[in-house]
Each structure stands twice: as C-alpha cells, then as structure tokens.
Design a protein around this ligand. Structure first.
Ligand SMILES: N[C@@H](CCC(=O)N[C@@H](CS)C(=O)NCC(=O)O)C(=O)O
Length: 239
C-alpha cells in the first residue's frame, strides 16, 4: 500500500448490500461525506488491529473502529460531520447511534447468523473458499462464535419472538425520530445518517427474510430514507 493514500479495509459487497457490514457502510459514507479520496480493499477481521472491520490506513496511520475513524478524519482533515447541529442535536445523534450500534445491530446479527435459513443463504457462504472437507466445521464454528457473542451481549438469551419485539421497538423509535424529515437531524445529512443508513440497509435488504425487515418495511419513511441514502452515496448500487 502506498504511504500517500487512504485505504478503507472493508468486508465485501454481498447480501444485496454495497458491503455486508453496517460499520463499513457507515465509515465509507462518512469518508464520502468528508469528501476524501480513498481506496477500498477487502479484508478479514483477523487482519484488523482490534479484530473487527472496518479499519483504515491513512498515510501509514492505522485506525480501527468506525467511531474512532470518524474522530480521526474530522480531526485530521478539519471536517465536522455534525456541522450546523447544536449541542442538543449532537447529543441526540450520539444517543441514536448507540441505539443503532449497541442494540438494533445485534438484533439484526441474530436474524442473519442464528436463524438457520438466513445463516445458510448468507454468512455460511463465508466458508466457501475453504477446502470442501473443512467447510461444515468452519460454518459450525463461525455460527457458534456468534451465538457466544450474542449471549454475552444479552439479546441472545431471548427467544426469536422477543428479539424481534425488542428490535421492532428500536425500528419504531427510529421511524418516529425521522418523521417526515429527509435526514435524521433535518434537511441535510450528517454523521448519524451514515450509521442509521448502514444498520437500516442491513435490516431492510430483501436478501434476508426477517421480522425486523417486515417491521421496517411497515414504515414508508424508513424505506424511503434508505433508498434516498443509497441513491446519494452508492448511486451505482442496484437496490
Ligand atoms: N465497534 C466496531 C464494531 C465493528 C464490528 O462489529 N465489525 C464486525 C463486522 S459487522 C466484525 O468485524 N466482526 C468480526 C468479529 O467480531 O469477529 C466499529 O464501530 O467499527
């Protein structure tokens, strides 16, 4: 990699999405919002300093975790992705991000990774490049690791119906918070929209059949919001 470049280490396009990870989508949209040129390359979590994607290499400065990546680009390039927002709106943006990343994300992950049909059509294919004899064990191990993670986080201790109920609460709240505005904080898109778009696109993608998707599709403002963000930041992506 050239030391004169900024590289985003992403997962890859898939599941009907420009990237399978909502955190990668968030960071990529924030790089676009900041107007920064970057290269994008596929990586796997063990290559990341913290074992999770995304991470960036910015002229030999490596930064992981989407929130710290955002802080890095705002500081280094003198941009404010919350420009125009007052202190209360900035606080609301942070609270909405926490709801998305620390709650709705995990409900989405449960229906993607633990639901047997969705796992088989989705994440199970991450093992496709392994030798055929190893694939079944690899798939079992990947899914078991996610189950442990979800159990530790807490949502994984509930029945699918209860996980769906909790996720729906967050989806309904997001719909109320968005209302009839084009973006969460008003007329222009800000940092929080990158996060909301990433998670909501992963919820709404037609690739998976989930109760969360149906809950989101019941809110035309959320469906339009995701389509609006997709058109603006990934115009080349067929949604
Ligand atoms: N807090 C991190 C979360 C990133 C994250 O959870 N990335 C997932 C992909 S969606 C990952 O790499 N998981 C791999 C693993 O947990 O082993 C961020 O904001 O970047």
């Amino acid at each position: 990699m050239s030391s004169s470049s900024l590289t985003l280490y992403a997962t890859r396009a898939g599941f009907g999405l420009p990237d399978t990870s909502p955190f990668v989508i968030k960071t990529e949209v924030q790089l676009k919002m900041a107007g920064l040129a970057y290269d994008r390359t596929s990586a796997i979590p063990p290559q990341a300093p913290n074992g999770k994607l995304p991470f960036i290499n910015d002229h030999d400065e490596v930064m992981s975790d989407s929130t710290f990546i955002r802080a890095h680009i705002e500081r280094k390039y003198g941009v404010d992705l919350d420009e125009g927002l007052d202190a209360r709106q900035r606080a609301e943006s942070w609270a909405i991000e926490r709801l998305l990343e620390d709650h709705l994300y995990f409900a989405m992950v449960w229906f993607r990774w633990i639901d047997p049909e969705n796992f088989a059509k989705g994440p199970a294919h991450f093992a496709d490049s392994a030798p055929e004899a190893d694939r079944a064990q690899l798939r079992h191990d990947m899914q078991a690791r996610k189950a442990v993670e979800l159990h530790a986080q807490g949502l994984g201790r509930h029945s699918p119906a209860r996980i769906a109920e909790l996720g729906k609460h967050s989806i309904d709240a997001l719909s109320q918070l968005l209302g009839d505005k084009p973006y969460l904080m008003g007329g222009s898109s800000g940092g929080v929209d990158a996060t909301a778009f990433g998670v909501l696109a992963c919820v709404i993608t037609p690739f998976f059949d989930t109760p969360l998707r149906r809950a989101a599709e019941a809110h035309p403002n959320l469906v339009d919001y995701v389509a609006r963000m997709m058109q603006r930041y990934y115009p080349e992506h067929v949604w």
